[in-house]
Design a protein around this ligand. Structure first.
Ligand SMILES: [Zn+2]
Length: 345
């Protein structure tokens, strides 16, 4: 691809240098932190806070967590700040569902650029505060979720050839998201929770189109999710096949997140670490959800399992997904500190 000849951003070089030196820490879950705020519909709309979203629609917005970067920016900034002070070098923007495809559920397709630009700005503001507090450089990763549609599988069991979304639909939607994230100051683009590799390839394509416009290449982090004991993604790939499908992006990291707890993730991570020609990133859930959909694993329990990844030399970047908190991230950072990062060629 022509864009492979683009110069790399300064953040890209800085991250690679840091990743050779030590294991970098990624933040934890945003959803559980937002839930604890107990926000009402009026809070989601920002009424009374002086920052109401000019895109508000007739659709109910409670549960549209991504909207909060516009309507409750101080609350989101505070969550990012807490993760940074817990030890995170990299925090993810609150933009997992900020695509036209996912925001269609809320009638906010027109807000997508603003959501992503504001999401990156809010995270950057928190990182600037953290850097001013302890002098450590922090990075903002623009979170790009899988959307709620899949390009390589049919949602209709009676029509296996049907697709609810095409590669070009996804490429366009991801393009809007990525341009917003870059405009807001994201240092990294993090394509995460990938269950369908074709969706991820559309996101990678959109990133490289945006990089070509910008004239420089930002670091891309690519994170798949293994959803069952067979050790495959929903679209049927093993970790090795997944790596070969995304290697053309020359990512900063490839890795796994979500779905399984750390122990169940370990063999799949080891397989990926055995084949990938870039840094490895893992951010598991705090164990498996209980009958109520909650995560019971304590910070020490998660950290002890993640420390095994580090002891085995499997990881360069590590953090937490669903159910993890700033306390989990603090415990993980302490637990991996004695270990060197996985060797990079
Ligand atoms: Zn998760």
């Amino acid at each position: 691809m022509l864009t492979q000849t683009l110069p790399r951003s300064t953040a890209f070089a800085a991250l690679e240098a840091l990743a050779r030196d030590r294991i970098l820490i990624l933040d934890g879950a945003m959803g559980t932190q937002i839930q604890q705020l107990g926000l009402s519909e009026a809070d989601f709309l920002g009424r009374g806070s002086g920052c109401a979203c000019r895109h508000a629609t007739d659709h109910p917005q409670k549960g549209n967590n991504d909207l909060l970067v516009l309507t409750q920016p101080q609350a989101i900034e505070e969550i990012h700040f807490r993760y940074a002070m817990a030890g995170a070098d990299i925090v993810e923007t609150n933009t997992f569902s900020a695509t036209t495809i996912a925001q269609a559920d809320y009638g906010l397709e027109g807000a997508v650029f603003d959501l992503n630009a504001a999401g990156a700005r809010v995270a950057r503001a928190a990182m600037d505060r953290a850097e001013a507090t302890d002098g450590r450089r922090r990075f903002v990763a623009g979170a790009v979720g899988p959307t709620n549609r899949t390009a390589s599988l049919s949602p209709d069991v009676n029509d296996p050839g049907y697709r609810a979304v095409t590669f070009d639909d996804l490429r366009t939607a991801y393009g809007q998201q990525v341009r917003g994230l870059i405009a807001g100051g994201a240092d990294i683009l993090l394509i995460e929770t990938i269950f369908d590799t074709l969706n991820a390839k559309a996101a990678i394509f959109a990133c490289f189109e945006a990089f070509a416009e910008r004239g420089e290449r930002l670091p891309v982090m690519i994170s798949g999710t293994i959803t069952d004991a067979s050790g495959r993604t929903l679209s049927g790939q093993t970790p090795t096949a997944f790596w070969h499908s995304v290697a053309h992006a020359r990512p900063f990291t490839v890795g796994l997140n979500c779905a399984l707890g750390a122990s169940a993730m370990r063999p799949h991570l080891a397989e990926l670490a055995g084949v990938a020609g870039c840094a490895i990133c893992a951010y598991p859930n705090a164990g498996l959800p209980n009958a109520f959909g909650q995560y019971d694993e304590t910070p020490d329990q998660t950290a002890a399992q993640v420390a095994e990844f580090a002891r085995e030399g499997l990881i360069n970047v590590v953090g937490g997904c669903c159910g993890t908190t700033p306390d989990h991230i603090r415990a993980i950072a302490a637990a991996v500190k004695p270990f060197p990062p996985r060797a990079l060629s």
